[in-house]
Design a protein around this ligand. Structure first.
Ligand SMILES: [Zn+2]
Length: 233
């Protein structure tokens, strides 16, 4: 599957990232029109950009962009251990309305891969938090690299953006890679019984900067206090 030519190996000059095939795919019960774009010159993984024209896009505003890292369990199987699926669908809903770009990055398990994520889940069941589990497996807490996202955006001519994120690391990495992050819009945080500890760990480790935008799962009956977060931002 890793037939894409990587950007560069150590000692090699950086290759240009270029858009490859693009094709329209209607999404969901409303058949939202979405243009899927592949790339040449990435890091060996099949990252994808999905462009939405939007029902009510405002050309005067910077392009709305969401970088979503792949989460098979959350995105496809609606896992309750994280809120990735909810965040993905919230982003698609906003992009269908306002127009913009979703980058779907193949960085499963914060970059450690699916099997290692399952290993980490096992350790979490024994009491470790999501970051401690990675350390116990001798894996980085967060191996995600968003500079690849910056290259994809530059390849499709989107460099002045409104970023949809709660993650300060995403903002910093994109800016460092030459993207003009003119505005930041926060995403919702979706709390359930099963993902509460995971979200608390994200706040403690500064991977979540939006404690006030919590959208409590009505069934779980929890809100900001349920996460033990103070409004210190
Ligand atoms: Zn997830």
């Amino acid at each position: 599957m890793t037939h894409l030519k990587p950007i560069a190996r150590p000692g090699e000059p950086m290759l240009a990232c270029k858009a490859r095939t693009s094709v329209m795919i209607p999404l969901g019960p409303d058949s939202i029109p979405a243009e899927f774009v592949g790339f040449d010159g990435l890091d060996g993984l099949e990252h994808i950009a999905i462009r939405f024209a939007g029902r009510n896009s405002d050309p005067a505003r910077p392009t709305l962009v969401r970088l979503h890292s792949e989460c098979l369990t959350g995105d496809v199987f609606s896992s309750r251990r994280c809120d990735c699926g909810e965040q993905l669908h919230e982003a698609i809903g906003m992009l269908a309305e306002e127009g913009g770009v979703l980058l779907y990055l193949r960085q499963e398990g914060r970059g450690i891969g699916l099997y290692a994520k399952l290993d980490a889940y096992r350790l979490q069941d024994q009491g470790a938090d999501t970051y401690e589990a990675n350390r116990l497996l001798h894996l980085p807490e967060d191996a995600r690299d968003y500079t690849i996202g910056a290259r994809m955006l530059q390849a499709i001519g989107v460099t002045h953006i409104r970023l949809l994120t709660n993650n300060p690391d995403k903002i910093a990495q994109l800016k460092d890679a030459g993207i003009d992050v003119a505005e930041v819009s926060r995403t919702g945080v979706y709390v359930t019984d099963a993902n509460r500890a995971y979200l608390q760990a994200k706040v403690r480790h500064h991977h979540l900067l939006n404690p006030l935008a919590l959208i409590a799962d009505a069934a779980a009956g929890m809100g900001e206090e349920g996460l033990g977060i103070t409004a210190s931002e």
